[in-house]
Design a protein around this ligand. Structure first.
Ligand code: SF4
Length: 332
């Protein structure tokens, strides 16, 4: 099912990972207008996409409601150099008003940078032009292999077309939008592909203002997918062995710090519920997974796990409140 989160629903846009705004206590706000995805990547950390075994529902946030809430958050933070990063637990360009959203965010005086993360499959020449006109600063584009067959296999869909994605990468790099290529390193699966991706990023001219590459480490999460044959790696090994060696070999910056993007720590939004606190939560609709409901308490959205009730209120223990993302479980 797809649910629209409009102002009228009264559902706050702070509190869940699957829609709204995430403030991790820096000058970067993650903006999640929808959580729909069109791929079934074999490595997806959130088990997203049409073939997902665990994700039951999708959400679209009403544009004006989202923009007004972002303005409120920015007012609270009292700084003049906010980055709004359009990301998602799906594919951000699946949001039909993504261009309008990017434009409206850039019009906010305190927003200095707007950036967008994408798997590239819904990009077109027109969309690049529109995003350029909306003054989008950067696109983080995922490319995980330079081999068409492997790229297709990793994407989990037969129609994935690497050549098209490479073409659009070139088009982005030629535009006023900066390009950052963000491959996911999958040890024993795409080892040989990463150097080719680095060369490609150099050739197309990624990294006009920001670093050209952002190699990601694979992490296994509770509901996430893990490709067969993948070898897990520690963070230490990833940074100190893998990235360091690649940096030296290819003379390109790969170990990235928040400062490389102008990101710094600044007052986070106040938390309204403590961990282990018992709170009465109003159930407002189905949650992202089958056994989960979406609730509201103290001005925040709450994901209530293992919730059998479908309406009314429920006594809930908050089991997690990190970065104002609230997860609770029912109690008697
Ligand atoms: S990894 Fe990203 S693009 Fe792939 S299925 Fe998950 S959310 Fe979608």
């Amino acid at each position: 099912m797809i649910y629209n989160i409009s102002r009228e629903t009264g559902i706050p846009l702070i509190g869940t990972i699957y829609f709204g705004i995430i403030d991790r206590g820096t000058n970067l706000l993650q903006i999640r207008a929808s959580n729909i995805c069109n791929l079934n990547c074999s490595f997806c950390s959130v088990d997203s996409g049409p073939d997902s075994k665990t994700r039951a529902n999708n959400y679209f946030v009403e544009l004006e409601y989202l923009v007004d809430t972002i303005k409120d958050v920015i007012k609270y933070k009292e700084i003049q150099d906010i980055e709004c990063h359009l990301d998602s637990t799906g594919e951000p360009i699946a949001y039909p008003k993504i261009v309008e959203l990017a434009r409206k965010l850039k019009e906010i005086p305190e927003v200095k940078i707007t950036s967008l993360q994408t798997n590239g499959t819904l990009i077109s020449k027109t969309k690049i032009k529109q995003l350029e006109k909306a003054k989008l600063d950067r696109i983080n584009l995922s490319i995980n292999s330079m081999d068409g067959e492997l790229a297709k296999k990793l994407s989990g869909v037969k129609w994935y077309d690497l050549e098209k994605i490479k073409y659009f990468a070139e088009e982005i790099a030629k535009s006023d939008i900066d390009l950052l290529i963000a491959p996911l390193y999958l040890p024993k699966i795409n080892d040989g592909e990463i150097p080719k991706i680095i060369n490609f990023a150099k050739e197309v001219g990624a990294g006009k203002k920001f670093p050209p590459l952002g190699i990601q480490k694979y992490e296994k999460y509770k509901l996430g997918r893990k490709p067969i044959g993948l070898k897990m790696q520690t963070w230490w090994k990833f940074y100190n062995h893998y990235l360091k060696k690649l940096e030296k070999k290819h003379s390109v910056k790969l170990i990235l710090k928040p400062e490389d993007f102008g990101i710094y720590k600044i007052n986070p939004l106040p938390k309204t519920m403590k961990k282990n606190e018992k709170v009465r939560v109003e159930i407002v609709g189905p949650g992202w997974t089958n056994n989960e409901m979406l609730g509201v308490a103290r001005g925040r959205a709450v994901s209530i796990l293992n919730c059998k009730k479908e309406s009314g209120t429920i006594k809930t223990k908050i089991v997690s409140n990190k970065h104002n993302i609230y997860v609770g479980v029912p109690i008697n």
